[in-house]
Design a protein around this ligand. Structure first.
Ligand SMILES: C[S@@+](CC[C@H](N)C(=O)[O-])C[C@H]1O[C@@H](n2cnc3c(N)ncnc32)[C@H](O)[C@@H]1O
Length: 130
């Protein structure tokens, strides 16, 4: 979740040559750039970019189906993390980045590029679905 330029989605697809990658992005310009990168690196057949809000898109993805979930949106919320977790198969791994951004100060940070660029996005959490 959080495609932006498609950088991490492309690396995941590169590292797992038999995998299909579903990735979610709400910003239309980011979707356009990421789709172009997938074309440039011949990954459009394995990297599927879903344009929309993550919670809505996640509703349409199969539950209990994915080996790996990766949160790289801006601020993780319990609903988003839970939505990703529900899509994992048992034994699937959830990686959640940007923990120190927090849902309450994300808007303030993003309004100030100097603060945003200097802020440590900090901790990443990893969980295995039981
Ligand atoms: C830190 S960037 C992701 C970087 C990306 N993983 C890459 O490799 O380029 C976060 C992205 O999450 C997107 N985003 C934030 N909240 C979202 C949401 N609720 N639904 C979909 N995309 C969201 C933002 O538009 C932004 O492009």
């Amino acid at each position: 979740m959080g495609t932006a330029l498609g950088y991490s989605a492309l690396w995941l697809a590169h590292g797992a040559p038999n995998a299909q990658v579903d990735t979610i992005e709400s910003d239309p310009e980011h979707v356009r750039i990421a789709r172009q990168h997938c074309i440039d690196y011949q990954m459009s057949n394995r990297v599927h970019i879903h344009h929309g809000d993550a919670l809505t898109v996640l509703d349409g993805l199969d539950p209990n189906a994915y080996d790996l979930g990766f949160f790289d949106g801006l601020a993780p919320t319990p609903q988003l993390v839970s939505g990703l977790y529900q899509r994992l198969r048992t034994g699937g791994v959830l990686v959640c980045a940007n923990l120190t951004l927090g849902p309450h100060n994300a808007d303030d940070l993003l309004a100030d590029p100097d603060a945003w660029l200097a802020h440590s996005f900090g901790e990443t959490a990893i969980a295995v679905k039981r």
